[in-house]
Design a protein. Sequence first.
Length: 210
Amino acid sequence: MDYLPKAHRRRRKKTGRRVNRSKPQGRVPITARPQGASDRTEFGHWEGDSIIGATKHAAIRTEIERKTRYLMARLVPGTTSQGALDAQLSMFKPLPKAARKSTCCDNGPEHAKWVDLKRKLGAMTYFAAPCHSWERGANERANGLIRRYWPKRTNFEQVTPQELQDAVNEINNRPMAILGYLTPAEAFQTELDQLKSTTPAPTQERCTPS
């Protein structure tokens, strides 16, 4: 047991947790997500969630790109919808538009501002079915990796942004068999480089003599 990344004293039923909170209005179901996102053949589709700490005053927002398994994370002041949106904007805004086509979340109230994400960045948000965490398996796994650094009941107010980024860098620089033993960071950069090579250069106006 001491050598396992995590252990449970008893087996638990494979059912999702109950959510008795109001759901985001107008949400679009995961079944409407493009096929390229579902089968991981198209770059730029993400899965996101909030990792809750010991208090309601700090959490970790994570987003993982489905094709490359590249992880991004930010500390947020609690689980408010504005905090989640601000974290998403800070993570997605530096990326090319083709690298942030969509994300997929659960039905928590922190995702109520999904329309603002679409309006500001053009990134669509899809929602997994209630209590179907396995539909967002990539993000569930990523959050589990974060939990190896900070187990449940950790007070995230005591975690610094640099400590979080150091953990994310370690996760992104581990070779993965599913990626042909590239690291998520290498696979993600390869996709970004391909986007640059296929983006047409802006046309320059020619100056003509008057």
